[in-house]
Ligand binder design. Structure first.
Ligand code: PLP
Length: 399
């Protein structure tokens, strides 16, 4: 079996599991408990982990709020800021290609009467397909805009957005910028100061950590001359995390998250090169199958003005004209990838991301997404290309 669906989730690194284990059976105290050692030890582990995670993204520990994952972080950021700032304005700006975990909270606010502008992106065929043009964001911002939300890297086509440039435009209009960096943290260098974001969501299970633990960076008053971001808590109760997110903290998850972030940062530079090389090899092999494979999203070698890649190193999204992605997927025997036909099992319509870059329904339904990760090897790439070739041949035979 070969797992090549690392945008969906990743295997927990054994080194992460090892770090977590004592926090189930030995140090199982509640970090909210005072007056005994069990509580103290749990609290210390949480605060050390918070400091590790904060340092990895260039933030202060107090700016990191733990959540159950990026979905919750996005909800807290979007609903939290929009509710808090409603009197100042009730217009939201985001992008058509965002993840459902951003579009969901935005649509809910729209139903509550907020205005919502979803921006289009560069089209299929362009070297920067999927990129938001900064000038489009600039012209969408109004005096009523209370928040803009733009992801760092797309979960389907891997396109990296010009977030630093977008942040400057937002700040020029006094608008805070939220960034869903779920696919970026651990896969690209991420520094909240350099990106200029005011809020940033990320999650452990995309970076070889456990599921069910994530974080939201919320800019505090200590960084730069911009005002601190204030948000309305979405989960209220015991007042943990300075009231920003109540609930007993997931100590083993937090410890694992910190270890996962630490490992990702240590290995990032080498891993970016290794994954891009594997990904490029996979593309060459798929192109050579004679199936008319077309790349979806930005060019593999495309870079921005500062030389940063326009595409996540481990990402490859390909459409195979005339072949149904779902049928291909079912015939890949032992190869785990995903199809643009149904990106979430509850929604049968083809990928809104592929549609937004201008693919028609058939093209979108004919796509496969490969997500290479830490545990993939050159042998896996060979296996993947062979499986696709065999599945395509079988489908063609069936006519
Ligand atoms: N945002 C993006 C871009 C994602 O890829 C995902 C994962 O599917 C999420 C948000 C949701 O993350 P989580 O599973 O931690 O809630």
């Amino acid at each position: 079996r070969v797992y090549m669906d690392n945008h969906a989730t990743t295997r927990v690194d054994p080194r992460v599991v090892e770090a977590m284990l004592p926090y189930f059976t030995e140090e199982y105290g509640n970090p909210g408990s005072v007056g005994h050692e069990a509580g103290d030890a749990a609290r210390e582990a949480v605060e050390q982990s918070r400091a590790t995670i904060a340092a990895a993204i260039g933030a202060m520990p107090a700016e990191v709020v733990f959540t159950s994952g990026a979905t919750e972080s996005n909800n807290l950021a979007i609903a939290g800021v929009a509710t808090r700032r409603r009197r100042r304005g009730d217009h939201l700006v985001s992008v058509a290609t965002e993840h459902a975990a951003v579009l969901g909270p935005l649509r809910r606010l729209e139903k509550q009467g907020y205005g919502l502008t979803l921006l289009e992106v560069e089209q299929h065929g362009s070297q920067s397909a999927g990129r938001l043009r900064p000038e489009d964001l600039a012209s969408a911002l109004t005096d009523e805009t209370c928040l803009a939300s733009v992801m760092l890297a797309n979960n389907e086509i891997g396109v990296v957005q010009p977030v630093a440039e977008l942040a400057l435009l937002c700040h020029g209009r006094g608008v805070p910028l939220h960034c869903d960096a779920t696919q970026g943290v651990g896969r690209l260098p991420v520094d909240v100061g350099r990106l200029g974001v005011d809020l940033m969501s990320f999650t452990a299970h995309k970076l070889y950590g456990p599921k069910g633990i994530g974080a939201l960076y919320v800019r505090g008053s200590g960084s730069g001359d911009r005002p601190a971001v204030r948000l309305e808590p979405q989960i209220v109760g015991g007042g943990q995390q300075q009231g920003r997110r109540s609930g007993t903290l997931n100590v083993p998850g937090i410890v694992g998250f910190a270890r996962a972030v630490e490992l990702a940062v240590e290995e990032l530079a080498a891993e970016v090169q290794r994954l891009a090389a594997l990904r490029d090899d996979l593309w060459r092999r798929l192109e050579a199958l004679g199936l008319g494979a077309e790349l979806c999203g930005p060019g593999l070698d495309a870079v921005d003005q500062s030389g940063g890649p326009l595409r996540l190193p481990g990402n490859l999204d390909v459409t195979f004209p005339g072949l149904d992605g779902e049928s291909l997927l079912l015939r890949l025997g032992g190869l785990a990838v995903s199809s643009g036909a149904a990106c979430s099992s509850s929604d049968p319509s083809p990928s809104h991301v592929l549609r937004a870059i201008g693919l028609n329904e058939d093209q979108a339904r004919s796509s496969l997404r490969f997500g290479l990760g830490r545990f993939n090897t050159a042998g896996d790439v060979e296996f993947a290309a062979e499986k696709v070739a065999a599945a395509a041949a079988e489908l063609k035979r069936l006519g």
